[in-house]
Ligand binder design. Structure first.
Ligand SMILES: [Fe+2]
Ligand SMILES: [Fe+2]
Length: 198
């Protein structure tokens, strides 16, 4: 595949990610990359340029996921990443914001669509661009994920009606967090309200 960075080719980018991520996270990233490509194709975005975007965003979306605390703090300081109270209380959320910064600063990504899709892949947000919605959804449904009952409804739908699938993913996520007594991030709630009325 052609990747959307002049800094590395596909083989080099994969080799770096294989080192930076644990094995299951690396497999998941490949799963998101190929699922994103299939969604782009299904929705009529099959040019080489568009598929490169889908693939690169999928490959890099969790690039900050396996950083240890020390490294994570180092990059947060170095790149002046501002964290919300929610992110401070739930550090697993940080990898989305930090991943977007690292995609640009360390992996040479200049495509704003890729950067913002990494930024919003965990929480979602209202009125997502096509790439953002694809990476958000592909992260949820890619084949390596633990199977969930809601997949039966979401997986066939996602190739026909992406907005509806995004809505169902948000609904499932909110129900899941509520059942565990965990707080829901504000952008997820805003996204849910937005996609409910689409
Ligand atoms: Fe993630
Ligand atoms: Fe992910």
């Amino acid at each position: 595949m052609i990747v959307c960075t002049e800094k590395y080719n596909d083989d080099e980018l994969r080799a770096i990610l294989r080192k930076k991520l644990d094995p299951s996270r690396y497999e998941h990233s490949l799963g998101v990359a190929y699922t994103a490509c299939s969604l782009f194709l299904a929705h009529g975005h099959g040019s080489t340029e568009e598929l490169s975007r889908a693939y690169t965003a999928g490959l890099l979306h969790d690039c900050a996921k396996c950083l240890d605390e020390e490294k994570s703090e180092k990059y947060i300081k170095k790149y002046n990443v501002e964290l919300s109270e929610m992110e401070k209380a739930h550090p697993f959320l940080i990898h989305a914001k930090l991943g977007a910064v690292l995609a640009k600063e360390k992996y040479g990504i200049t495509d704003e669509e890729i950067i913002s899709s990494i930024r919003w892949h965990t929480t979602g947000c209202s009125d997502m661009s096509f790439t953002e919605a694809v990476i958000f959804s592909a992260d949820f449904i890619e084949p390596n994920r633990r199977q969930l009952p809601c997949y039966e409804e979401i997986r066939p739908l996602i190739y026909r009606d992406l907005d509806k699938a995004v809505y169902l993913i948000l609904k499932h996520t909110i129900e899941h967090l509520k059942s565990k007594g965990q707080p829901i991030e504000e952008h997820t709630l805003q996204a849910f309200e937005y996609y409910k009325s689409r």
